[in-house]
Design a protein around this ligand. Structure first.
Ligand SMILES: [Zn+2]
Length: 318
């Protein structure tokens, strides 16, 4: 499927003929008047901020009349959204963008995405959500296809009141981007960390491993050749075995760990999670940059991006 920019006429066609308020997720519909809406009207950036809609009909009128290049709504609920005042609470969100994945098997560069890296982003989002369910007891987890990746939007009351510092800790926990301490080991973090490191190591080739400071050619070759053995050790909690692996030594081992941590942290944009006043692309709206619908995904396991193709794209393909 070719992902190209939508024309103003196509945007208009989408909002006049296809946009439907039923495509707004309940978690937005039920709190619509408490959210700040932002728009990029012409493709120059989301500068039209501080909008409030008291009813879904008002929002519908706006979208049909303006056919914006992009539409966003705040993750926060406010007493006065049109002034961004009276913060009440915010969803907990994770942004997994295919274009920013640190490891991918396709050859996309720059801002490009393809079905392959979108699929890889989907897998990462599923894994993050699993950790949230099993370790953090979160259950109101919504997935949104953003057009270039996936948003995880959590609406459990237990996390919506979280401040920035608590959200930052959740990013570290879920992505596995800090080395476990004695305290976090007892909380189960060590297991999450090992799992994330294993998934990262699984995808590393020799060339990437050579970016680790002090990594010798022969050692990188050996690590790749014995990948399964190394993975087993990591998953079993014997990560420190690597220190003695073929003469790696403590220094290179430390560098390797730091390399893993940096890559782990790059699977999501932590700044998005921490920012309680962020606006996120509105599910049901059009991502005009790639001509895809931003949409709620009910079944992540089976989701295919063809479901997100608007009518004008499907017509083009016939
Ligand atoms: Zn790609």
């Amino acid at each position: 499927m070719q992902l190209r920019e939508a024309t103003p006429e196509e945007r208009l066609q989408f909002y006049k003929e296809e946009w439907n308020k039923r495509d707004l997720p309940d978690f937005i519909l039920h709190t619509l008047s408490l959210r700040e809406f932002g728009f990029d009207l012409d493709g120059t950036g989301p500068s039209h901020r501080y909008n409030q809609f008291m009813t879904v009909e008002q929002l519908a009128d706006f979208l049909r009349n303006k056919a914006p290049y992009a539409a966003y709504a705040s993750v926060a609920l406010y007493e006065q959204p049109s002034m961004r005042k009276g913060w009440l609470k915010s969803e907990l969100v994770f942004d997994v963008d295919a274009k920013d994945l640190p490891l991918k098997s396709c050859s996309c560069v720059g801002g490009a995405v393809c079905e392959q890296c979108l699929n890889e982003a989907r897998q990462v989002a599923i894994q993050f959500a699993e950790t949230m369910r099993s370790d953090l007891d979160l259950h109101n987890i919504n997935f949104v296809f953003s057009g270039r990746g996936f948003h995880i939007r959590v609406t459990d009351e237990s996390v919506m009141a979280f401040e920035q510092a608590e959200r930052a800790q959740l990013v570290e926990y879920i992505t596995g981007c800090v080395i476990p301490t004695d305290v976090t080991i007892t909380l189960g973090y060590s297991r999450v960390f090992r799992g994330r490191v294993a998934r990262t190591f699984e995808r590393l080739d020799e060339q990437r491993l050579l970016q680790v400071h002090g990594m010798r050619n022969a050692l990188a070759q050996q690590l790749v050749k014995e990948r399964e053995r190394v993975l087993t050790a990591i998953r079993a909690g014997r990560l420190s075995d690597l220190e003695n692996y073929n003469g790696m030594g403590p220094k290179t081992f430390r560098n390797l760990l730091e390399f893993f941590i940096r890559l782990n942290s790059e699977f999501t944009d932590g700044k998005v999670t921490i920012d309680t006043k962020r606006i996120l692309r509105l599910p049901s709206s059009l991502h005009s940059g790639v001509s895809m619908k931003c949409m709620l995904v009910r079944d992540m396991e089976r989701f295919s991006i063809e479901e997100a193709a608007p009518k004008f794209v499907r017509e083009r393909m016939q």
